[in-house]
Design a protein around this ligand. Structure first.
Ligand SMILES: Cc1cc2nc3c(=O)[nH]c(=O)nc-3n(C[C@H](O)[C@H](O)[C@H](O)COP(=O)(O)OP(=O)(O)OC[C@H]3O[C@@H](n4cnc5c(N)ncnc54)[C@H](O)[C@@H]3O)c2cc1C
Length: 388
C-alpha cells in the first residue's frame, strides 16, 4: 500500500516497535506531570539511537541516517502514536543548519546533537509576535566581536532539556539594521533568566518557559549564517516541521481509531457490541475516511518534497498537510472520547490524553488560520493544477 519500498517498510516497522515499547509508560508519565525517571528517559533515548531512529533527517556524512523525506515521515508518524511526547526520543536535529553551519558550529553543537549527546530549543515567539514573526521586538546589537541580545521569548519548548537555544532577534545597527539574525546561545549564558514556567494543557516532560534575555553577550561566531538571514532559517524550519506535525497527527489518529474501534467491538451495550450501533459506526467510518485522506496527502507531499518540487509549491503543500492532518486528528480524538464514553474522560485513557495533546497541533508551527493564508496566497499565484 502507498508504494512503500522494502527499506521504507523495514524502517517503519522499527519505529513502530519502539513506539509500542514506549506506550506502556504513558500513564506513568501522565500522572507524574509528563516526567519519567531520568534513567528510564535515558534508556528510551538510547533505544531510539541504537535502532537508527535519531537524526533520520541528517546526511550520512554528518553521522545521520540520510533517510528520504518519506522515510522521515514514516518514523515521525510512529512517534506520533505515543502520548506525552515520549515518542520525541526519535529526534530530528536541525537539518537546515547543516548547510550553513561554520566548522566551529558544526563541531561544537551540530555533530554532538546528531550523535544524540545534546539537544536544541528555539526562542522565536514573543508576547506580541507569534503568527507575525516579522513583528519581533528582541534586539541584537553588534559590539566589537560580540552581539548583545535583549528581549523576552515565550513558549521556549524543551528549554529544560536543551544545551543551547536558537534565538531570532532584530539587528539594531549596521547595513542590515531592522532585519533579523539568528544566534546560538549556550544554556545557561549570563543574562538569561526564566521569567516563569507556565503549566500547559498537555503533560509532557518538555517545559515551555518564558525566558528573558538581558544584555546576553554571544561571540560573533555564534551567529547562524549572515546578518539579515534570520527569517530564511525560520522558514526552512517551519516547512520541515509542518510536515512532521502532519506525520505525528496521522500517527495519533491511527492509534486513536485502532483503540476506539477495538473498544467498540468488545463493549456490549443492550446485548450488542457498540460497534453494531450505526451512530457509533458513523463516527468510526468518518475517522477512517479522514485518516486515509490525511495519510495519502502526507505521503504524496513528502514524496514531492523529496523529489525537489518547486519551493513555493512545497511550502503550500506542507501547509495543506499540516492544516488538514492537525484538524483531522482533533476531530478523531473528539470522536474517540465519545466512543469511549466516561472512560474517554479518564486521564488513563489514550483518547483523553490525545484530546488535550492534539489541540496545540492547530496552533504551533503556524496556526491553522496562517496555513490557510499561505495556501490561499499560493492558490492565487499558481492556480489549482500546480498545487493539487
Ligand atoms: C505548547 C507550545 C509550544 C511552543 N513552542 C514554541 C517554541 O519552542 N519556540 C517558539 O518560538 N514558539 C513556540 N510556540 C509558539 C507558537 O508557535 C505560537 O503560539 C503560534 O505561532 C501562534 O502565535 P501566538 O500564540 O502569538 O498567537 P497569535 O499570533 O496572537 O494569534 C492568535 C490567533 O489569531 C489568529 N491569527 C493571527 N494572525 C491572523 C491572520 N493574519 N489572519 C487570521 N487569523 C490570524 C491565529 O491563527 C490565532 O488563532 C509554542 C506554542 C505553544 C502553545
Amino acid at each position: 500500500m502507498y508504494g512503500l519500498s522494502s527499506d521504507d517498510l523495514e524502517l517503519q516497522d522499527r519505529a513502530r516497535q519502539l513506539a509500542d515499547e514506549l506506550i506502556p509508560y504513558e500513564v506513568e508519565a501522565e500522572l507524574a506531570g509528563g516526567h519519567l525517571p531520568e534513567e528510564l528517559r535515558a534508556k528510551h533515548k538510547q533505544l531510539a539511537s541504537d535502532r537508527g531512529l535519531v537524526a533520520t533527517n541528517i546526511a550520512v556524512e554528518l553521522g545521520g541516517h540520510g533517510c528520504s523525506m518519506l522515510q522521515q515521515v514514516l518514523v515521525q508518524e510512529q512517534a506520533g502514536r505515543v502520548t506525552n511526547a515520549l515518542g520525541w526520543v526519535m529526534a530530528t536535529p536541525p537539518a537546515w543548519w547543516a548547510q550553513v553551519a561554520t566548522d566551529f558550529q558544526r563541531e561544537r553543537w551540530l555533530l554532538p546533537t546528531v550523535r544524540g549527546e545534546m539537544s536544541e530549543c528555539y526562542a522565536i515567539t514573543e508576547e506580541n509576535a507569534g503568527s507575525d514573526v516579522a513583528g519581533l521586538a528582541a534586539t541584537s546589537r553588534r559590539d566589537g566581536d560580540e552581539y548583545v541580545i535583549d528581549g523576552e521569548k515565550w513558549h521556549v519548548t524543551s528549554y529544560n532539556e536543551a544545551a543551547y537555544v536558537f534565538v531570532q532577534a532584530v539587528l539594531t545597527d549596521g547595513p542590515h539594521a531592522g532585519e533579523h539574525a539568528m544566534f546560538v546561545v549556550d544554556l545557561p549564558t549570563p543574562g538569561m533568566r526564566v521569567v516563569r514556567t507556565p503549566a500547559y494543557s498537555h503533560s509532557i516532560g518538555h517545559e515551555h518557559p518564558i525566558v528573558a534575555f538581558e544584555g546576553v553577550r554571544v561571540p560573533a561566531t555564534h551567529r547562524v549564517g549572515a546578518e539579515g538571514e534570520g527569517m530564511v532559517f525560520a522558514q526552512e524550519w517551519f516547512r520541515f516541521e509542518r510536515l512532521m506535525v502532519a506525520a505525528r497527527c496521522v500517527g495519533a489518529a491511527d492509534r486513536l481509531l485502532t483503540e476506539a474501534s477495538a473498544f467498540a467491538a468488545t463493549r456490549i451495550i443492550g446485548e450488542t457490541p457498540l460497534a453494531n450501533r450505526q451512530l457509533v459506526q458513523a463516527m468510526l467510518a468518518d475517522s477512517l475516511t479522514e485518516l486515509f485522506a490525511a495519510r495519502s496527502m502526507l505521503y504524496e507531499t513528502a514524496r514531492g518534497v523529496g523529489e525537489g518540487l518547486d519551493r513555493k509549491v512545497q511550502h503550500a503543500r506542507c501547509s495543506m498537510a499540516k492544516l488538514y492532518a492537525s484538524e483531522m486528528a482533533g476531530r478523531v480524538a473528539d470522536r474517540a472520547v465519545q466512543v469511549f464514553g466516561g472512560r474517554g474522560y479518564m486521564r488513563e485513557n489514550v483518547a483523553e490524553r490525545f484530546y488535550r495533546e492534539l489541540r496545540v497541533e492547530r496552533i504551533w508551527e503556524g496556526a491553522s488560520e496562517l496555513q490557510r493564508v499561505i495556501v490561499a496566497d499560493q492558490l492565487a499565484k499558481r492556480g489549482v493544477p500546480a498545487l493539487a
